[in-house]
Design a protein around this ligand. Sequence first.
Ligand SMILES: [Zn+2]
Length: 242
Amino acid sequence: MSKSSFVYGDEHFEYEVCFTPDRGQKIAIHVRPDASVQVDAPDGEPAQKIHSTVLKRARWIRNHVLQARAQRAHVLPRGYVSGESHFYLGRRYQLKVSDANGAGPHVKLWRGRIQVESEKRAPEEIRKHLYRWYRQRASGVFGRRLHAIASNVPWLKEVPPLRLLKMRRQWGSCSPQGVVFLNPHLVKAPRDCVDYVITHELCHLKEHNHSRRYYRLLREIMPGWEPVKARLDGMAELLLNE
Ligand SMILES: [Zn+2]
């Protein structure tokens, strides 16, 4: 067995090649329940050929890896301990929990990790600090993206007000008064997914349903929104698992 990797979007994926003595075996790709990727290939198949087959199916692999991770996340409750994976803008970061050394609780992105410094180390305590940090980040990121997107939406005279609202099953909504509500957990998703949710809600300010007219507006403002939505749907279980 040998390990290789490829990059898709902004994420790095590893795969393991298992050679079989059966020369008639075609290159076959599986995503295991633990979200690892196995590629079966006949003995002596050149690495280059295996790699190009993997690249052709990169999108499929990515989607299945995300699904497998989501399944796992569903059965594994968060522990809020060092080493655990947490997400920010579509990237996976390792959590590092350490002592605050007399200072107040503090969360920062540092050296590719999300570092939580706290006197109290109980998971509930760490979860609270982390959530507060996500909210702060969400408020900045969403505000900037809402501003950028709204300025290209012809039916808006001004940037609508934004509120953060924690929702269990939803990323966003909007009120008849024109307030856009976004779920702070959305800041864990990739930027294009954030843009998609904002655009989706801005279109509702003109069309309040999911009619054909609504989808025409959505396509106008964000052509190619479908795979972005599919990607977000694939991550939902994982990102909403607090
Ligand atoms: Zn909608």
